[in-house]
Design a protein around this ligand. Structure first.
Ligand SMILES: [Mg+2]
Length: 259
């Protein structure tokens, strides 16, 4: 294990006690945490077993799924209507009882997305394997299928286009560039916001489980939170514990649920 963090699995008994004593709120990333990373982002799916575990956990701990995917997309994939969902890195949040919250500032930027999408497509059309995914508040440019020799060229060209649009910024994920509103908002702030929604007054302790660089905002930013990194994204981490992969996530959930 490259990140040198203590294993959440090996410390599951203590963590379970801490989670129960402090009435933890649970925040879960989707891709790479609940669902395996796949070649085509559209094919990502949560297993029945994992869905069942998340459902059981949500009965013990108020639970939200936080994802870079669009809110509707992640909502449909997880398909547990009793949970909260923060999509597009938290720019859009939904929950039970038709709860809906969208970032007002980000809404103002929506027309610019419509404008830059064709420009970026044109600039990248001669590079094979680039795949666009328009989410409401993010334009994702996937390059998992692009030849490694051309990936830096993808980054360069996207940066060049974005120079003219200060309202937008380029964020890097795993084999994906995400064009987002240049607003100080990220998964960590979405978690802080959701903590107010999900928790009772005395319920301020949160657990966040995620695998991506973008999850670091949640590990770093959230007060009174515990972070668990899944796998290793190769950058500095602010997580407190680690799990090696999705199988370990599943095992950890099973231990948390064990009476
Ligand atoms: Mg992820």
């Amino acid at each position: 294990m490259a990140n040198h963090l203590p294993s959440a699995l090996k410390n599951a008994e203590e963590l379970k006690k801490e989670f129960r004593d402090k009435k933890a709120l649970l925040f879960l990333d989707f891709d790479g945490t609940l669902a395996p990373i796949v070649e085509n982002h559209e094919d990502a799916a949560i297993s029945e077993e994992m869905r069942d575990l998340v459902q059981q956990l949500s009965k013990v701990y108020p639970t939200a799924v936080v994802s870079g995917r669009g809110m509707k997309d992640v909502n449909q994939r997880v398909n547990l209507p009793e949970l909260y969902y923060a999509g597009s890195h938290g720019f859009e949040i939904s929950g039970p009882g038709n709860f809906l919250k969208e970032n007002d500032e980000a809404q103002k930027v929506l027309p610019i997305f419509d404008k830059i999408q064709p420009i970026l497509k044109q600039k990248l059309k001669d590079i094979n394997g680039v795949d666009f995914e328009r989410k409401k508040f993010t334009l994702a440019i996937h390059y998992r299928k692009v030849d490694e020799n051309f990936t830096s060229e993808v980054h360069t060209r996207v940066s060049e286009v974005l120079k003219d649009y200060p309202e937008l910024l380029k964020a890097d994920g795993k084999k994906v560039i995400e064009v987002r509103p240049a607003i100080d908002w990220h998964k960590g702030k979405a978690v802080e916001f959701l903590k107010e929604q999900l928790g009772e007054k005395d319920q301020k302790f949160s657990v966040y489980i995620g695998d991506d660089v973008t999850d670091e905002d949640a590990f770093k930013y959230v007060d009174n939170g515990l972070g668990i990194l899944v796998g290793d994204h190769g950058n500095k981490t602010y997580a407190d514990y680690s799990l090696e992969n999705i199988d370990e996530v599943k095992e950890f959930f099973q231990l948390l649920l064990k009476q």
